[in-house]
Design a protein around this ligand. Sequence first.
Ligand code: GDP
Ligand code: FE
Ligand code: FE
Length: 198
Amino acid sequence: MTYETYAGLSREVLLEKVQSVMSDKRFKHVLGVEKAAIHLAELNGYDTEKAGLAGLLHDYAKEVPDQTFLDLIDKYQLDPELKNWNNNVWHGMVGIYKIQEDLGVTDKEILHSIETHTVGSTSMSLLDKIVYVADYIEHNRNFPLVEEARAIAEQDLDRAVAFETVHTVEHLAHQALPIFPQTIETYNAYVGFMREDR
Ligand code: GDP
Ligand code: FE
Ligand code: FE
């Protein structure tokens, strides 16, 4: 794999950098997402290098301290509303600034897919969908619905986005957690794909 085209760094160097900022468990997860993203790219006719690289980097900022995210929101003059959320939302939406600073990744498509990997968006690109779904179905994931999610992802990526979003919203609501507005927008944009007769 030649990630150098998009990151300016080889996969070997990137692996070292990614591994150095996260737990072994999370590193295993990102390798799983890299693999799943490459598979989904093959299935859907997308550039496997871009998909794999986005998968490898998607949780790069997951263990960044909260104060660093708050500082990045100021530094890049992001929507101040973001400050009311937490790491779950920040590691993607704000994490892309940390990735640009630390790794020098500039590819807009890759950065957008990482920005929206947790909350989605109303008009997701093919790469956005690949990363969003790969994160949910990678082989280390183990929750009751994952087998069904994997089967859907083999058949229909839009339906896989819908399935994941419906169950994420359900899961958050069940725990009485706040739901980021963009997650609700993603839900409304994709829920129609759950219908058999669409
Ligand atoms: P991970 O980084 O691989 O663990 O996966 P994600 O980036 O998809 O999600 C991180 C966490 O954010 C998970 O616990 C999700 O349930 C949670 N999450 C996803 N969407 C939302 C949202 O809209 N609001 C809140 N509060 N949490 C969310
Ligand atoms: Fe994540
Ligand atoms: Fe992840």
